[in-house]
Ligand binder design. Structure first.
Ligand SMILES: NC(=O)c1ccc[n+]([C@@H]2O[C@H](COP(=O)([O-])OP(=O)(O)OC[C@H]3O[C@@H](n4cnc5c(N)ncnc54)[C@H](O)[C@@H]3O)[C@@H](O)[C@H]2O)c1
Length: 328
């Protein structure tokens, strides 16, 4: 029998990336000291959270429907679970929503992180992993940001994530707190909520609806398939140094308009579905990461962009009902 030595608390584990992390971890995808960890998942189940994403691994994790801003409940969960490691995916994540109203972003992405930090400090957690984002650096016309680049967030979402990073960095310095900050680029893949670009494109195109594209579609994003991102996080569970920051970028950049055209081609839908709409206020032009630090630890993305997109399209067709349901 495998000895369980790690107890991992995953916050935001019913979201898009958090659930991929939980599914793969429980299927033995991560070599965490060569043992399967015990897992507890905390999620508020906002509009973006859904336990359906964890089908196939039911009964293999404990679940708490809890808000990370609920200090008392978080304290009780720490007391009961006594986790060794916390991986925080919980966040409000959609830039457009943050532009309409940033309140929930300030609450969850900053105050919620503070509550997790304090509970982790009190219960002397061994490692605290914060899933940050490439958006904290702002945009860059050429080259890529490395982990020492200054933070220049441009949306309320990015600013709330940057604020959390700064708070965590202060805990590292002041309390010698064992945190690690991870900054992935744009993720895509199965189970993504249909408000993010690739999921919207596919969902609209399947239904032969117009596919909205901001401005002329020239904005550039760096895209990573979600399992590649999760594998990078697995590697860092073993190899990250406390107090460090790691970018997780695929090195694959695409203009938004080219992403739309590739998806339409896979779906055999006409480019006539594309509808150019008024640009997002403050829209970052290009995101790009220098990911040499994590690559030196041996990580490489495995899924090329076209294959990842084809997989996502195939999954979306097979799970058409789930996507439609999210629009209600
Ligand atoms: N999706 C991307 O492309 C991307 C890229 C870089 C970084 N990130 C970061 O990765 C993390 C996960 O992103 P995602 O795309 O899976 O997001 P998501 O929106 O799909 O999932 C977020 C999850 O957090 C939960 N949540 C929200 N507020 C909560 C609260 N107060 N208490 C407890 N749970 C709460 C939601 O219910 C949901 O399950 C986020 O921190 C995000 O900033 C995402």
């Amino acid at each position: 029998m495998r000895k369980k030595i790690h107890k991992i608390l995953v916050t935001g584990g019913a979201g898009f990336i958090g659930s991929a992390f939980v599914r793969l971890l429980l299927k033995g995808g991560a070599d965490v000291n060569e043992n399967l960890p015990e897992l507890a998942v905390v999620d508020k189940l906002t509009y973006a959270g859904d336990l359906a994403r964890l089908q196939g691994v039911e009964g293999k994790y404990k679940f708490y429907k809890t808000d990370i801003c609920d200090k008392k409940s978080i304290g009780a969960i720490f007391n009961k679970e006594k986790p060794d490691i916390l991986v925080n995916f919980a966040a409000e994540t959609h830039v457009d929503r943050s532009i309409n109203d940033a309140s929930a972003f300030i609450e969850t992405n900053i105050r919620g992180v503070h509550i997790l930090l304090e509970a982790s400090r009190r219960y002397k957690i061994k490692r605290f992993y914060q899933i940050s984002t490439d958006e904290v650096y702002g945009d860059i016309m050429q080259g890529g940001f490395n982990e020492a680049s200054p933070l220049k967030p441009n949306s309320p979402y990015a600013a709330s994530k940057a604020a959390a990073d700064l708070l965590i960095k202060s805990y590292i310095r002041t309390y010698n707190f064992p945190a690690v900050i991870l900054r992935p680029c744009n993720n895509y893949g199965p189970w993504q909520y249909p408000e993010k670009l690739i999921s919207v494109i596919i969902n609209n195109a399947i239904n032969s609806r117009r596919v909205p594209v901001y401005a002329k579609g020239w904005n550039v994003r760096e895209w990573i398939y979600v399992t590649d991102c999760v594998e990078a996080i697995f590697l860092l569970l073993n190899k990250a140094k406390a107090g460090e920051i790691y970018n997780i970028g695929s090195g694959h950049h695409e203009k938004n308009i080219d992403v739309v055209k590739q998806a339409l081609r896979i779906l055999k839908k006409p480019f006539g579905l594309i509808e150019f709409v008024k640009d997002r206020p403050g829209h970052d032009f290009r995101y790009s990461l220098d990911s040499s630090k994590i690559k030196k630890l041996g990580w490489r993305p495995k899924v090329d962009f076209l294959s990842g997109l084809q997989n996502t399209v195939a999954w979306s067709i097979a799970n058409y009902g789930w996507l439609l349901d999210k629009e209600k």
